[in-house]
Design a binder for this molecule. Sequence first.
Ligand code: PLP
Length: 410
Amino acid sequence: MTSGRDAFSALSDANDGLRPTRALIDLDVLATNVRRLKDLLSPSTTLMAVVKANAYGHGATTVARTTLSHGAAALAVATVDEGIELRDDGIDADILVLGPILASEIERALRHRLQLIAVSPATASYVSDAAHRLGLSWRPGLHVKLDSGLHRYGSDLETAIATARQIDQDHSLELAGVTTHFASADDPSAPVTDEQMSRFTAFVSTLAAERIAPRFRHVANSAATLRSPGFHLDMVRVGIALYGLAPSSHCPLPATVRPVMRLVSRVARIHALRPGDTVGYGQTFTADRPIRAALIPIGYGDGYRRALSSTAWMAVQKQRAPVLGRVSMDSTVIGVPDEVHLALEEEVLVFGDGSGGEPTVDDLARLTGTISYEVVCGLTARVPRIYIHDSVALPRETRGTPGQRFKVSS
Ligand SMILES: *Cc1c(COP(=O)(O)O)cnc(C)c1O
């Protein structure tokens, strides 16, 4: 139909009965990203894949499985529910819940063998009591988190030491880790990172002097993993870089790490605008000459932000097609470049790696005053995730965002 078609276009032609607006998630790219990032680590450093928020919108279970088969050895999520979703889907690896949880969630977490953050001796006691109540035959793993300066989650030095001591002495618990999280690891000019690291080092030295040996010392997110081999320690917690997105403009990715997700849709209507015709709610676009417009069935109900109104573009046949007027909940209108002969149901690239003229995730983030993380996390459950492996869509049931399951056929 067009000259600019590639493997992805052919795949999204799959006659699978799903709506045309869909996220194509390339598991081969993801696998390469995991291996390249693993190459940055010494053999003794474990790669923990951060798959919170539905794997940054990419689909937690499928992403988790792929990362585990290509070099990741542990997973991290933000909530107990996210961990249970992975267990229900048969994932067996260590899963750490990064976020704060209610005391009332602890039993559920332990029944699903999730590791938890401990920020006080009281947390450790709760977990120990719950382990006894449940009659566990294994020791729940706890990670003691020092708040070294982010002032978000964690505990002060004294409390962190007391917590680690208590876990170490309690034979029903395992001190699976000691950890902290950086405030500005993506900014090389921020002195706070080194300050945080020296606070963490003091914490670890105090424990070592008491012969308390956590299984993993881990501090590095993607930015610290990319920038500072000295921060890798026993384990790194990598999120955004797995998905082929840079933590910030100061932290370039290795050249072979590529974006995993591409968002596509198809033309639903082509119509001629005469000079003076307006487009969309609020009539914010007026044609000043005869132009053709195309309706694309994507809107802020899919996570295509309303702030992209009149500023973003999509790509048709490798040409930029500007968004005309307002993005609405379910649809957006683009201007068809004069030289393009567009057909109904023809593919449109909404975002991708930029090679087809489409914006990148970073472009859309910049246009809406946010970061790439929020663009991919913001894709809603209405957008089917189509997994691509060996250049075919996977012919098996796979999981979208929580609450949605759909079938993908090849
Ligand atoms: C989200 C998160 C990460 C991963 O951060 P990226 O910048 O995506 O690599 C690591 N550690 C903690 C505690 C997090 O909350």
